[in-house]
Design a protein around this ligand. Sequence first.
Ligand SMILES: Cc1cc2nc3c(=O)[nH]c(=O)nc-3n(C[C@H](O)[C@H](O)[C@H](O)COP(=O)(O)OP(=O)(O)OC[C@H]3O[C@@H](n4cnc5c(N)ncnc54)[C@H](O)[C@@H]3O)c2cc1C
Length: 402
Amino acid sequence: MRVLVSGGGIGGPALALALRRAGIDVRTFEAHPGPAAGLGSHLGLAPNGLAVLHALGAGEDVIAHSAFPSDTIEFTNGRGRVLGRLRDGSAEHGDRLRTRTITRGRLQTVLAEAAARAGVPVAYGRRLVSHTDHGDHVTVSFADGGTARGDVLIGADGIHSPVRRTMDPAAPGPAYTGLLNMGGSLPAHLLPATPAGTTRMVFGRRAFLGYQTGEETALWFVNLPHPDVGPDTPAPAGGWQRYVLDRFSGDAPYIAAALAHADPAAFTPTGIHDIASLPRWSRGRVGLLGDAAHAMAPSSGQGASQALEDALVLASCLRDIDDPAQALATYEHLRRDRVERVVALGRRQGSPKLAGNAVSAFLRDLALPLVFRAVARTDPHREVFSHRIDPDRPVRPAGVVR
Ligand SMILES: Cc1cc2nc3c(=O)[nH]c(=O)nc-3n(C[C@H](O)[C@H](O)[C@H](O)COP(=O)(O)OP(=O)(O)OC[C@H]3O[C@@H](n4cnc5c(N)ncnc54)[C@H](O)[C@@H]3O)c2cc1C
């Protein structure tokens, strides 16, 4: 069997590694000319995602390139009053699995290098433009005029997945969560230090700041309630950085003072979208993985980790089930409920960031300490973080072929 994978982001190279491990021939194609080192900022890797990376043999490399092992989130309002502290429980999983932060470009590079070492390099500059399922095989065409043939096609091509659009033109598109995201790094001394192992989340009156400080560098991100933006949306008068600084006026002065020193390019906003539920994750020999199937808000902290879990499960299904359509249906059956719960969790965790004025922020700050106490009792992360996939466990056919 030969599997074609469109997308060399996070899930694509992870799937290539998992398929290689399962003894399956795989070709991975990425539209960009190389790993997108400068695109995007940082993302979180949770114990469940790190467990997959270790199973794929890439865990130690990822840890070497990641930072800020953490297990505690401290929430404050914009004036610095602590609203609550939550331990995420990841320390209980041992140091190798403790939640960490890594730039998306670095994670992509480490995975692509691991795939190349395993003999399954990502082919860059190969933008898939169309595909056809012929019943007994699939073919794909690239923007460079080339083609490829395989037994299965997996769209690991992100939230705006071209494979999804062709596979199921009626599928709902990503939904806007109402928040813009931007982020980058700063010299650590510009922000009040975070205690070891702690991420600080600041609910300002009109914007949200998350950050962690290390010895030299601090990583930060900002979420803003705002209408969605696209590549053609004009920047506000004075530029996005000025706009963000204004949104933090009225909050503790250190926030705007620190962000004034950040690289203006870090304020390029991206709308946060998610996909709560797709009618189908596959059709015949074509399937979806990662954000293409179930994009989730960064508030979940699970986008990369869920794509990694997908990769391990899908590889086992394709290894153990001869019929590709049945293998893809089984993968969806095994993954869908869990992933959709995590998408919903990300939505819930992002909603307090939507306060856009002093009154809604005041009411939110009254409610949040109660919410955090309730969350500490129910501990929704426990189930998400404890999930482990045994790649050697045989998979039996399940789910409905569609
Ligand atoms: C440029 C970029 C920056 C990001 N920055 C952040 C961030 O700062 N923080 C965060 O939490 N998450 C970020 N994400 C999202 C995060 O990477 C994903 O949520 C998560 O890792 C799931 O990975 P994925 O492989 O499913 O999708 P992605 O990581 O989005 O990878 C999809 C890949 O498919 C490629 N692709 C798209 N269309 C085609 C095509 N037609 N042919 C071939 N390849 C194609 C894309 O170039 C991309 O490399 C970013 C994604 C991208 C693409």
